[in-house]
Design a protein around this ligand. Structure first.
Ligand SMILES: [Zn+2]
Length: 292
């Protein structure tokens, strides 16, 4: 799909994870690629020479193809920048322990071609990359990770949303570097951003028009409230965080995800904490919570 100087490089299975849809912006004096996907890593596209790589955040699927462009700058929001410097630093973003961490390290290297780099280039909110004829403006949109950012491409009026992916899975805030409350602020902010086209990294792809975008965004955001409603219902009896994680609120019980446990614990732990802060949940004895 092509919109002016912007090309959406649609990955396998329409970009469904672990695949994704990268953006190529071919300006009059340089070409930028946003979030080089697995398909880019594996040489699936005939690309023109690329002059810079822009990453919405430092996650395995979004940096999978960075290694194809070793000689050009790689740009990250300053908050996510450390993650690309080493495998250990990337793993700190996820924050898994023991065997889960060890297995995930191997997957990130073997299946996602993780290529560390000591000298990435930081960007901040509001920074503009001018490729000639088109510009990409950074909009810091944290929550998924600390540095997660959107790019607004003008004059094409394409808002690239990265992993605010509008999927039925809903928002992911299960990493050590995730924040539910930042994610909610980001969703509210995104709702007010006018654009003609809204592009996500994963399988939803490109949505045209603000009404269609808001409709999808509202359904996506509603997954958070739905998780919280199910949690309160489950806390009709006192439960520990172990029991909450085992019950599964983010993933379905049948989803074979090696890191489901820590992700459930971290995601739903954030819900428990805020419900406790507003008195909707109380700790009956240490580590056991019940809804009031
Ligand atoms: Zn991500």
């Amino acid at each position: 799909m092509k919109i002016g100087r912007v090309t959406v490089l649609v990955g396998e299975r329409a970009g469904k994870y672990p695949h994704g849809n990268s953006l190529l912006v071919e300006g009059t004096h340089e070409t930028a690629i946003v979030d080089p996907s697995l398909a880019v890593a594996e040489g699936a596209f005939a690309l023109p020479p690329v002059d810079r790589v822009l990453n919405s955040h430092c996650h395995e699927d979004h940096v999978a193809g960075n290694g194809r462009f070793p000689a050009v700058p790689w740009h990250f929001h300053e908050a996510d920048l450390p993650g690309i410097r080493s495998l250990g630093a990337l793993m700190a973003i996820y924050g898994f322990d023991g065997a889960i961490d060890a297995a995930w390290r191997r997957i990130v290297v073997d299946q996602f071609h993780f290529t560390p780099r000591p000298d990435p280039t930081p960007f901040r909110d509001g920074e503009v990359f001018d490729v000639g004829g088109s510009r990409l403006r950074v909009i810091h949109a944290p929550g998924h990770t600390r540095g997660h950012s959107f790019f607004h491409v003008e004059p094409e009026d394409v808002l690239y949303l990265g992993d605010v992916d509008l999927s039925s899975f809903g928002p992911y805030y299960g990493d050590a570097w995730s924040s539910l409350e930042d994610f909610e602020r980001t969703l509210a902010m995104a709702r007010e951003l006018p654009a003609r086209w809204y592009a996500t990294f994963h399988h939803i792809g490109v949505v045209e028009g603000r009404e269609a975008f808001r409709d999808r965004l509202d359904r996506y955001a509603a997954v958070i409230a739905d998780r919280e409603r199910r949690l309160v219902e489950y806390l009709g009896e006192p439960r520990t965080l172990d029991e909450i994680a085992a019950h599964r609120f983010v993933y379905r019980p049948q989803d074979a995800v090696s890191f489901a446990d820590p992700v459930e614990r971290r995601s739903m732990g954030q819900h428990v904490r805020r419900l406790a802060a507003t008195g909707r949940v109380r700790e009956v004895d240490p580590g056991r919570f019940v809804a009031d």
